[in-house]
Ligand binder design. Structure first.
Ligand code: NCD
Length: 318
């Protein structure tokens, strides 16, 4: 058994072989998606509920398409963060949903750890679609697949993660995944947006884009997460773009074949120059979205297999 996890809550507890298993399956789904091959039997008869307590465009759409492509009955519950109370209410919601016997629960929540908590209360497979500043495992997996396809490997690469590292669950999950696969990770951010102690995670830390981008294979840009900032972290967006926005001059310091990534949604002219984002010779941003569907199909397929294997004839998880 090469993928044992019951839930996909984060990258932290995944073994490198589980990551490789998932990426291999996702790679084949990516090829099938391009050819329009359907796999409606994989999740046939299963119910998938998407619960998004925070706004999302691509992640929610991607999970929905992935589930439908595999034949699940998909239900979207629009949960406005402002209309729910924390703690007990979340657990109550979980118990209510659990009583409807879903098989897969996809959850995005503004609080770190909320998805883990929920997973303890339900007897279906839970997928974390982003919890606060904590983890966003399917994003890191789709980034990994995109890198592997572009570079032909997922080890011994030099990868720069640039921008608002402090508020980014995308950065956290990527640092763990890329570290587990033995890559060199460079973090580039203004001191106000760089968490302390990042060297202990084996990352090299830079304040200057030109130095940090030198000879890297991959440039991963992050969005300025203004919704998670409770004060002034940057002097102005103009100044930020000048020092940290990815433009042709800064990109020239990376390897000539370096790829450019961004998880979206992008702020053009703030963290990335629109011309770089649209340069099909360098930017793999659209491919990241494409791989997102394939990775979510693979994740739900593997979790559904484990769920089936663990269920008693009465439908309980053991
Ligand atoms: C990311 C997220 O929501 O964490 N976006 C995404 O899932 N595509 C990154 C972001 O919002 O900046």
């Amino acid at each position: 058994m090469t993928f044992r996890a019951k839930h996909l809550l984060g990258i932290e507890h995944l073994h490198p072989t589980e990551i490789t298993t998932l990426l291999d399956l996702a790679d084949s789904y990516a090829e099938h998606n391009r050819r329009g091959v359907a796999h409606r039997d994989v999740l046939a008869g299963m119910t998938q509920i998407n619960m998004f307590f925070e706004n999302s465009t691509r992640t929610q759409a991607s999970f929905e398409i992935a589930g439908k492509r595999l034949g699940a009955d998909v239900m979207n519950m629009g949960m406005q963060a402002s209309s729910i109370k924390k703690g007990e209410t979340l657990i109550d919601t979980a118990l209510t949903l659990n009583a409807m016997h879903p098989d897969l629960l996809v959850v995005r929540h503004p609080h770190s750890g909320a998805v883990d908590l929920l997973a303890q209360k339900v007897n279906c497979a839970v997928l974390n679609a982003g919890d606060g500043k904590h983890e966003h495992p399917t994003q890191a997996l789709l980034d990994a697949l995109t890198i592997r396809r572009a570079k032909g490997r997922l080890h011994r690469l030099s990868i720069a993660i640039c921008g608002d590292v402090a508020h980014s669950r995308v950065a956290r999950s990527n640092i763990m995944l890329l570290g587990k696969m033995e890559n060199r990770i460079r973090l580039i951010a203004p001191p106000t947006l760089m968490p302390s102690g990042m060297n202990e995670f084996g990352c090299e830390v830079f304040e200057n884009m030109e130095e940090g981008l030198k000879d890297v294979d991959v440039v991963m840009m992050l969005r300025l997460q203004k919704e998670r900032m409770d004060g002034g972290f940057i002097p102005s967006e103009r100044e930020y773009f000048h020092r940290y926005g990815l433009d042709a001059d800064k990109l020239a310091h990376a390897k000539p074949d370096a790829i450019v990534m961004h998880p979206g949604p992008m702020n053009r002219g703030v963290e990335i120059d629109g011309n770089i984002a649209d340069d099909i010779n360098r930017s793999v941003i659209q491919e990241q979205v494409e791989m997102g569907v394939a990775v979510r199909m693979a994740a739900m397929d593997l979790l559904a297999q484990n769920l089936r294997a663990s269920r008693t004839p009465q439908g309980q998880m053991v």
